[in-house]
Design a protein around this ligand. Structure first.
Ligand SMILES: NC(=O)c1ccc[n+]([C@@H]2O[C@H](COP(=O)([O-])OP(=O)(O)OC[C@H]3O[C@@H](n4cnc5c(N)ncnc54)[C@H](O)[C@@H]3O)[C@@H](O)[C@H]2O)c1
Length: 269
């Protein structure tokens, strides 16, 4: 049986789109709520998943779950805000699987507060986790995507990268940066066959949402009920974000680049 690298090379020789042949996809924040759902959604016998997270135990669990279900996955521990860590991560993934065809940047974090409540360290950490991580990962991945004949990048921003939310100043600013960085990459790398699109989720049932309630000193149930106040009348589930990612990573979206797909139950209307 061919390894993923050989299979990818075979696809490239045949001139097939990355989404039609065996593919290698790196998912950052793959140990978290939305990232793990993305891994589950992408997992099939033709997709090799590199699951990267600062929480290496969480990444390992997700990789194990994918493998147990018959998929292919490897876990990587990495602080995505560190340039050397990210360069080593991408090099290891390419060494292990032979190529890279897709990237989904899910890693992120939130510190709730207006600018008087946030310390300069909070601001810096918000930008490191939410925006530097996207820049560094895409920067390391793009040459490999180009070498594979093109590929697809999907970034995860937020409805709050499009419309401001209260007491989340650093997060809103960083996520707006993710939106524009994605569009800039779509322009710069289209000629290399690389598409870059963004998913902007609304409130989704994950550990992040629970931590927000804790940071604001609010009971989780009350916080969730408030978050459900949007046209579709509920918060989102991680698999609903993963469905949008799958679409933007694959051949079904072959003429889509620079798009921002809001998946938020109408929360930003
Ligand atoms: N849950 C929501 O309501 C919601 C809404 C809009 C956008 N988002 C975005 O979706 C993405 C995923 O969030 P989630 O809800 O799954 O949260 P989560 O906390 O469950 O997952 C985030 C993951 O990112 C990892 N991570 C954070 N910073 C990292 C770093 N520097 N290096 C390596 N790993 C790092 C964490 O360890 C964690 O596993 C985030 O970018 C978040 O901003 C979430």
């Amino acid at each position: 049986m061919n390894g993923p690298g050989e299979a990818a090379a075979e696809g490239a020789r045949e001139g097939t789109d990355a989404s039609e042949r065996d593919r290698v996809v790196l998912v950052t924040g793959g140990g978290g709520g939305i990232g793990s759902a993305v891994c589950r959604r992408l997992a099939d016998h033709r997709t090799a998943l590199a699951v990267a997270d600062r929480d290496v135990e969480a990444a390992r669990e997700v990789a194990l779950e994918v493998r147990s279900a018959g998929g292919r996955a490897e876990a990587y521990g990495c602080d995505l805000s560190r340039p050397d860590d990210v360069a080593a991560l991408v090099a290891s993934v390419v060494a292990r699987f032979g190529a890279l065809h897709g990237l989904c940047t899910v890693a992120g974090s939130i510190r709730r507060g207006d600018i008087t409540e946030l310390s300069p360290a909070d601001w810096r950490a918000g930008f490191e986790d939410n925006l530097d991580s996207v820049f560094l990962t895409c920067r390391a991945a793009v040459p490999h995507l180009a070498r594979a004949g093109g590929g697809s990048i999907v970034t995860i921003a937020s409805g709050w990268g499009l419309r401001a939310g209260r007491r989340a100043a650093a997060y809103c600013a960083a996520k707006a940066g993710v939106v524009m960085l994605t569009r800039a990459m779509a322009l710069d790398h289209a000629s290399a066959g690389i598409r870059a699109n963004c998913v902007a989720p609304g409130d989704v049932r994950t550990g992040m949402l629970e931590r927000e309630a804790q940071q604001l000193g609010r009971p989780v149930a009350e916080f969730y009920a408030e978050a459900a106040d949007r046209p579709l009348g509920r918060i989102g589930e991680p698999h609903e974000i993963a469905d949008a990612v799958r679409f933007l990573l694959g051949a079904e979206s072959s003429f889509v680049t620079g798009a921002v797909l809001t998946v938020d139950g109408g929360g930003t209307l």
